[in-house]
Design a protein around this ligand. Structure first.
Ligand code: CA
Length: 404
């Protein structure tokens, strides 16, 4: 028999194998691989098998493993599948499979730089209609380049971390002076984040076709946003304190290899983007068939479809480096809020409640325009797996604590 029995429909089966960082009461943080409801303590098993990668797997972040590059990521994945499927390995593996509820999960990688894009046409259109009702919904540049901004890497936190309501300046057009205090329009943004492994040199560009050489995997991401702070501060330099207080990511990083069956063609792009955003081969421009769910206090309030995103992550990466900006291991770039065409497919409360004017009703009879203290938000997402079932990205959970 093999070391672990997995139900055929497990969203964490052998065709998934996401990576994270865990600790136990006795052992310091190190790399783990999720298998069903267990975590494989990979380093000692790799060491027993004589693998050089065991050193990277013993580290308290994924960064050394991320830096090892595509060939090593693929080789380790093949080794894991052999390890977990061949009867001869059962005795070696069994002592190193720990129940998920016996471990503590940590931020899986040290975030180098963090960039957030704005790649959903439906989200950008909704936001344009809310904030610029008299103008064009999309800005003139929107279909020519993936718009983004640089965020704050040091405040990226792992799922389960509480989020303290931020305090700052806010002023609506009706106010004569800005007020100071806790945000009263605290929001979520359901997004997908891409984790860079292989760096690039300063003053070089990463082509659309080279995405798979550089990007290791995917996390689910909640870009917490204080809409009132954001609205007052963002002209003319963009998001700042309305975003930088916290960004939550899943504890598990799903390898790109596990998502090969979820790659789909992009929606048609008109006008045709410039050459550097097109690539040599049409397969370079792909989207993902990821189905996201937003749960607020235990109730699903939206199901944003990632497949509707306008820009490919490969285009985001090419654009991010087109000026010669280098990549570092641990860079994180996120898609921007994922919103579909329907009301219940919107990825933020700003859109779901149309800036608070159409509150949503919760099962306990209360309504929400924006988040209240004590509210818990959980993002989940599933995608077609290579084995024919569906895999689940790690969830992203956060509870709002009162302002301090
Ligand atoms: Ca965002």
């Amino acid at each position: 028999m093999t070391a672990i029995d997995l139900p055929a429909d497990s969203p964490y089966g052998l065709d998934h194998l996401p990576y994270g960082v865990f600790s136990t009461a006795e052992e310091a943080p190190r790399v783990g691989v999720r298998v069903g409801d267990h975590v494989l303590d990979a380093a000692p098993v790799a060491a027993a098998d004589g693998l050089a990668i065991s050193g990277a797997l013993a580290q308290p972040t994924l960064n050394a493993f991320l830096a090892a590059g595509r060939a090593q990521w693929d080789a380790t994945r093949e080794w894991l599948v052999d390890l977990l499927t061949q009867d001869a390995n059962a005795e070696l593996v069994a002592p190193h499979l720990l129940p998920l509820d016996a471990v503590t999960l940590h931020l899986p990688f040290e975030v180098a730089d963090y960039v957030d894009f704005y790649a959903s046409e439906h989200h950008a259109t909704n936001v344009g209609r809310i904030f610029r009702p008299d103008g064009e919904a999309l800005t003139p540049n929107w279909k020519h380049l993936p718009i983004g901004y640089h965020g704050r890497a040091g405040t990226v936190v792992v799922s389960g971390t509480d989020v303290v309501r931020p305090t700052g300046q806010r002023k609506t057009p009706a106010d004569t002076h800005p007020a100071f205090g806790p945000s009263i329009r605290l929001d979520i943004e359901a997004e997908v984040g891409f984790v860079v492994g292989t760096p690039s040199a300063l003053a070089s560009r990463v082509d659309v076709d080279d995405f798979d050489e550089h990007v290791f995997g995917v996390v689910l991401l909640n870009d917490w946003s204080a809409r009132d702070i954001q609205a007052w501060e963002y002209v003319p330099l963009g998001p700042f304190l309305g975003k930088s207080f916290a960004t939550s990511v899943s504890a598990w990083v799903t390898p790109m290899a596990a998502l090969s069956a979820a790659r789909i063609p992009l929606p048609e792009q008109h006008p045709e983007p410039l050459d550097y955003l097109r690539g040599n081969d049409s397969s370079a421009l792909f989207g993902f068939d990821l189905a996201i769910e937003i749960e607020l206090n235990g109730q699903v309030v939206a199901r944003p479809p990632y497949r509707t995103l306008y820009w490919s992550p490969a285009q985001m990466l090419a654009h991010l480096t087109v000026n010669g900006a280098s990549l570092r291991t641990g860079d994180l770039f996120a898609s921007g809020t994922v919103s579909g065409t329907e009301r219940d497919e919107r990825g933020s409360l700003l859109e779901l409640t149309w800036n608070g004017s159409e509150p949503i009703e919760l099962a306990d009879g209360t309504t929400r325009g924006f988040l209240e203290d004590g509210d818990t938000v959980v993002l989940r997402a599933t995608a077609p797996a290579t084995g024919g079932g569906r895999l689940a990205l790690g969830e992203v959970r956060g509870t709002i604590q009162p302002a301090r």
